[in-house]
Design a binder for this molecule. Structure first.
Ligand code: FAD
Length: 405
């Protein structure tokens, strides 16, 4: 066994691992990337619906603040590699970047493949595919190699960049948590995040396929303040899309403590209870002979309007104050009991991971095992929808190798 075969071994060929490999090889080090799947970057290729939302326009400070309890930890990486540096890096490698809606950065080709190609500069480092890292070899508090089956890859630096537990087909089987644990690191409980939510109300399932463009959801518990806004999609099992995804990780966590989580949804985020009461008063005055269900269907698909209106024969003229108040309440604070999530196979990210206190946020080196680094989603870091997670993966990967951008 040649002790100095490689300067550094990267476990995982997602954006974090590839950025780490680029950083180390740019510094002249001999690098290999071990990837358990038959091809690199499978999740990156699926990201953003195959278009890969790399980042967004937020300042490093605002982006870091979007990472909740991990905000202090992610700060150094995000300040060192802010969105404009990440985009400039990709552009220097031939990937033209575009602000599609004034906020989200995507490759202007609309192809995640172009981003992967820019990261997978195989002239500088080797990616060994179909090679699952099974053990970190640690001696006297320092890492000295990685075992894959009977083969030992020696190196005195290893970057664990194996991602989270979601989308097993794209590599997310959570195996790297076990590697970290066996090296002495603590790993938090993990929960599916950025995932659809399933509810007990069967009428919701009947509305599958209906979408509303701008809704806002909140967890209806006193201590929960976060609100999540955007498109709302009714599914065969519950609700999904942007009005749900960013709140789903917290709902997942709560579901481990209680059988169901109460959710309240304002179906039209800009309208308050009193706005609807005014609209209903207008209906009574101007369209007394029309049914409430018909009038409501001018605002939303007919089927949903009928469920919300309840009595489909009720005319605007006979719309009592109590019935008006009830409908306004349902439109602005629709109550759903969330009983589960769509699970790991559909979760875009993992909430939880390697405990942050045991990792130095300025270098991402383990505080317990010298030479062991972490990057990307394997850590207890998850951001909202909108380029935050890939930004974190890239920035943290570059940081492990002190990439000069
Ligand atoms: C469908 C989908 C769409 C998404 N869209 C976006 C988006 O548009 N923008 C955004 O910011 N985020 C998006 N995300 C989230 C984002 O893709 C992830 O947060 C990001 O890929 C994490 O990067 P990573 O390098 O840490 O891990 P990963 O990309 O998961 O890569 C980890 C790699 O390590 C490999 N691996 C794991 N264990 C081992 C082992 N023991 N040995 C060898 N290899 C191993 C895995 O096979 C995998 O290839 C999306 C996620 C999904 C599932």
């Amino acid at each position: 066994m040649n002790k100095n075969s490689f300067d550094i071994i990267i476990i995982g060929s997602g954006p974090a691992g590839l950025a780490a490999a680029l950083a180390a090889s740019a510094a002249g080090e001999k690098v290999i990337v071990l990837e358990q799947l038959s091809a690199p970057g499978r999740k990156l290729l699926a990201s953003g619906g195959g278009r890969c939302n790399v980042s967004n326009i937020l300042s490093p400070r605002d982006m870091a603040n979007s990472f909740g309890k991990a905000c202090r930890f992610v700060r150094h990486a995000l300040y060192t590699y802010p969105n404009e540096k990440l985009c400039r890096f990709l552009e220097a490698r031939g990937v033209e970047m575009e602000l599609t809606d004034g906020f989200h950065w995507f490759p202007s080709s609309g192809k995640a493949q172009d981003v992967l190609q820019a990261l997978c500069d195989d002239s500088q480092f080797e990616v060994i595919t179909s090679c699952r890292a099974e053990k970190l070899v640690v001696e006297d508090g320092a890492v000295c190699g990685v075992k894959c089956g009977s083969k030992l890859y020696p190196a005195d630096r290893v970057v664990l960049a194996g991602g989270g537990r979601s989308y097993a087909a794209l590599g997310g089987n959570g195996g790297c948590y076990e590697l970290a644990r066996r090296a002495g690191h603590e790993v938090t409980a993990t929960f599916p995040a950025m995932v659809g939510l399933q509810c007990a109300e069967e009428w919701v399932h009947d509305c599958a396929g209906i979408a509303l463009p701008d809704a806002e959801s909140r967890i209806a518990l006193p201590e929960e303040k976060f609100r999540c806004r955007g498109e709302l999609l009714f599914t065969h099992t519950g609700v999904s899309a942007f009005a749900i995804l960013d709140i789903s990780g917290r709902v997942s966590e709560l579901l481990s403590q209680m059988p169901s989580v109460p959710l309240e949804i304002n179906l039209f985020a800009d309208r308050k209870f009193d706005d609807w009461m005014e609209i209903f008063a207008g209906w009574q005055k101007d369209f007394p002979t029309k049914t409430v269900a018909k009038l409501l269907s001018q605002e939303m698909p007919k089927k949903l309007a009928a469920y919300l209106a309840g009595d489909t024969e009720l005319k605007a003229a006979g719309f009592s104050t109590a019935a008006r108040r009830k409908l306004a309440e349902n439109l602005t604070a629709l109550k759903l009991n969330i009983t589960s999530t769509d699970g790991w196979s559909k979760a875009m990210v993992t909430r939880g991971g390697v405990v942050l206190d045991e990792v130095d946020s300025r270098t991402l080196e383990s505080r317990l095992v010298s030479g062991l680094f972490f990057a990307g989603e394997v850590l207890d870091v998850d951001g909202p929808c909108g380029g935050y997670n890939i930004s974190w993966a890239l920035a943290s990967g570059f940081l492990t190798g002190k990439m000069v951008l």
